[in-house]
Design a protein around this ligand. Structure first.
Ligand SMILES: Cc1cc2nc3c(=O)[nH]c(=O)nc-3n(C[C@H](O)[C@H](O)[C@H](O)COP(=O)(O)O)c2cc1C
Length: 269
């Protein structure tokens, strides 16, 4: 995947599609990508294409397409971060083809989608996305929804990223080579645009944390851990594109939390 910057800045959630079916070529490319959407946790993710009309699936925020991709996984530790990484890589790949997507974890008839995915008892389906070409104009519902959750806004660099401890906000200047990968994290999508990712940069590592928003409790399916998985994906792809060699690790550096931040993972250089 090339030019992460353009893909990350060019992506937005698309909920209004123009009714055109995907070209055979785009469909084949997406299917090929689905076969190998890996993640640093090494957990397999199974993607399936679904048809809302034929399988009677409803996702009320979406108009103008019947095609969806769903993803399911075996229940395992770190499944949320893993799906966040793999599914976001798929979303960015779709973006590179001009195919619109939106992460959907909540606003859908979940039982119908889960049954269409043939979910077994030891599996979960964290999310789905519609697939299609974006319409020129958003539906009124989508426009209002974006306004309601301030979907075009993001927190400031120094509110999300820190140097050494949660008490020292990081500046892009001090972040050096990590400034761009971190900016790619900042611009990412998150459930209800809560942006729960935090990163503490130390001499040779970036430690990722979850700062849980009130009312977003963690269960087996944890949308906010998925958000941090998305952050890991953007960071890793941007760092690699910049010629860095991030090494993924699960080793809590023991940095004291300031406001309930929960350690998730580290990229070491
Ligand atoms: C894990 C996750 C779950 C989401 N679930 C939904 C959803 O159920 N319905 C919906 O309309 N948007 C959903 N979104 C999309 C977010 O609302 C959107 O990413 C955020 O508002 C930022 O807007 P943007 O994607 O256009 O940058 C979800 C996003 C993520 C990352």
């Amino acid at each position: 995947m090339n030019n992460i910057d353009a893909l990350v800045r060019g992506r937005r959630s698309v909920r209004t599609f123009d009714e055109r079916p995907l070209t055979q070529q785009d469909l084949e490319k997406l299917c090929a990508f689905m076969q190998h959407a890996a993640n640093p946790y090494g957990l397999p993710v199974e993607f399936r294409l679904l048809n809302a009309k034929e399988q009677r699936l409803s996702c009320p925020v979406v108009v103008g397409t019947d095609l969806y991709a769903g993803a399911k996984m075996k229940i395992a530790p770190h499944l949320n971060e893993a799906i966040g990484y793999s599914f976001e890589a798929f979303i960015l790949y779709a973006q590179s083809l001009g195919v619109g997507t939106v992460w959907v974890g909540g606003t859908m008839d979940r039982p119908a989608f889960e049954s269409a995915m043939n979910l077994s008892e030891d599996e979960v389906m964290p999310c789905v996305t519609p697939l299609g070409y974006p319409a020129a104009k958003m539906s009124l519902r989508e426009t209002l929804m974006r306004k309601g959750i301030k979907a075009d806004e993001r927190m400031k660099f120094g509110e999300l990223f820190f140097e050494g401890s949660f008490s020292s906000p990081l500046t892009p200047e001090r972040a050096g080579k990590l400034a761009h990968p971190l900016e790619m994290v900042r611009l990412g999508p998150s459930a209800v645009n809560k942006q729960p990712w935090r990163v503490v940069v130390t001499e040779n590592a970036a430690h990722f944390y979850l700062k849980r928003a009130r009312g977003f409790g963690g269960g087996v399916l944890d949308m906010q851990k998925i958000d941090v998985g998305i952050a890991l994906c953007h960071f890793d792809l941007a760092a690699k594109e910049a010629g860095l060699t991030p090494i993924f690790e699960l080793s809590d550096p023991g940095i004291p939390a300031k406001d309930g931040e929960e350690y998730i993972a580290t990229y070491r250089f």
